[in-house]
Write a protein that binds this ligand. Structure first.
Ligand code: ADP
Ligand code: MG
Length: 404
């Protein structure tokens, strides 16, 4: 990984043509752009959607406070300057109704320790107006506040009230976490150091076809693995046995392959015999074999093979920028973790700028103990993919068009 993890946000070029789609990430106001916050009331939209677990007495407690801790730098910046800070978030999916299972109380308790002095509002999704982006709800939300700060990057692809509404009403800015994501992903979108290598795997082609299409236009290599590669292999008329294929997307995959010579599919694959079971320990059964080229009928492809790993790793090693989303195989079953582990090691060892996104991909990195060797691990999920695909997000556009 490179040492230069922070780079400035590019300024809007205003140039017409194909670059326009990328202009979106420029010009977002940051905390320093706000008027003095001392003695003023600031509403912060964070992502405090932490997993909960029962405490025993019918109440819940925060099971993992990663997201809560991640919200602290922005809150501290405001507190240190004398602002009165109220933080708001959604928690779970209460579907527009008050539901005690999703009350913010456990989050409030944890935040009292992590960020003393900050008030925590009740779950935004207790009001149906949050998800429908209701105008009255937005007004009610910002009532009594002088400024708004959005620090919830993972929610910025949703046009929900607390994400897109406030910037039209009060002076607003992006928080630290949000800007970190925007800077890292902008760097990939707008000025990646070459060679630019992207590795895409994971479960569903339908979720990732858009991002593969967008990246294929800019990247020198697009390396495909995971369950999604079998749809592409089918498009090339390779034998895929009983692997996971999305037949309705084979045509799109063929078109993409025809347009972009940089897309690489696996040569060899690790497969599970007919009747074998994926799993851990006792649950895992069936013969495992490596095949060059085609898979026989009934065999399910569940990892990339060593020849493919060597070829992918070679491209990654020489990358100036590497972006990885989606495991290369069913890494949860140790028999099929090798491809994902080797790619994770290659990305970690790459001296270029490295960005990794996706829930399971981040979990794999964590499992292999390689997190610290990646320049930026995106927390976004859907927001990350949508920003890479479209070059902008509703929540970012709202901040750019802020009042004040
Ligand atoms: P992320 O959350 O990182 O974006 P996805 O959600 O797209 O990743 O996909 C992750 C899942 O894909 C993993 O749980 C993994 O088991 C599964 N997967 C990877 N390769 C295969 C495969 N060949 N067959 C079936 N599932 C696979
Ligand atoms: Mg996932």
């Amino acid at each position: 990984m490179s040492t230069d993890a922070s780079s400035p946000v590019v300024t809007a070029s205003g140039a017409p043509g194909p670059e326009v789609v990328h202009r979106g990430v420029a010009g977002i106001p940051v905390l320093e752009d706000l008027p003095p916050v001392a003695g003023r009331r600031v509403l912060v939209r964070s992502d405090l959607n932490a997993p909960l677990r029962p405490k025993g007495d019918g109440a819940f407690e925060v099971a993992d406070d990663f997201r809560l801790r991640a919200s602290v730098p922005t809150l501290q910046w405001l507190l240190a300057r004398g602002a009165e800070v109220v933080v708001c978030s959604h928690l779970g999916r209460p579907k527009g109704k008050v539901d005690s299972r999703y009350a913010m109380a456990p989050v409030r308790e944890a935040m009292a320790v992590i960020a003393p002095g900050v008030s925590v509002m009740e779950n935004l999704r207790f009001d149906p107006g949050e998800e429908t982006n209701d105008e009255d709800f937005v007004h009610h939300l910002v009532d009594g506040f002088d400024f708004f700060v959005n620090d919830a990057f993972g929610c910025c692809h949703r046009s929900h009230a607390s994400i897109v509404g406030p910037p039209a009403l009060v002076p607003s800015a992006a928080g630290r976490l949000l800007m970190r994501e925007v800077e890292a992903l902008t760097r990939i979108l707008v000025y990646p150091d070459g060679p630019f290598v992207t590795v895409i795997g994971g479960a569903k082609v339908a979720d990732k076809l858009g991002v593969v299409t967008a990246l294929a236009a800019n990247a020198d290599h697009v390396l495909l693995g995971g369950a999604m590669c079998y749809t592409f292999l089918s498009a090339l008329e390779r034998g895929v046995g009983a692997s996971h294929v999305e037949p309705e997307l084979i045509g799109d995959a063929r078109t993409l392959l025809g347009h972009h010579s940089g897309i690489q599919v696996p040569y060899d694959l690790v497969a599970l015999a007919p009747g074998g079971r994926l799993g851990l320990g006792e649950a895992a059964t069936g013969e495992v074999r490596r095949f060059d080229g085609d898979l026989p009928d009934g065999w399910q492809g569940v990892d990339i093979g060593p020849t493919t790993v060597a070829s992918f790793a070679e491209a990654i090693t020489h990358a100036g920028t590497v972006l990885w989303n989606g495991p290369m195989g069913v890494f949860e079953d140790p028999r099929f973790a090798e491809g994902t582990r080797s790619i994770a090691e290659a990305v970690a060892a790459c001296s270029g700028f490295s960005v990794v996104g996706g829930g399971e991909t981040a979990a794999a990195l964590h499992q292999f103990g390689l997190e610290d060797r990646i320049d930026h691990i995106s927390t976004g999920g859907g927001a990350t993919l949508e920003l890479l695909e479209k070059g902008d997000l509703p929540g970012l556009a709202a901040l750019r068009g802020r009042s004040g």
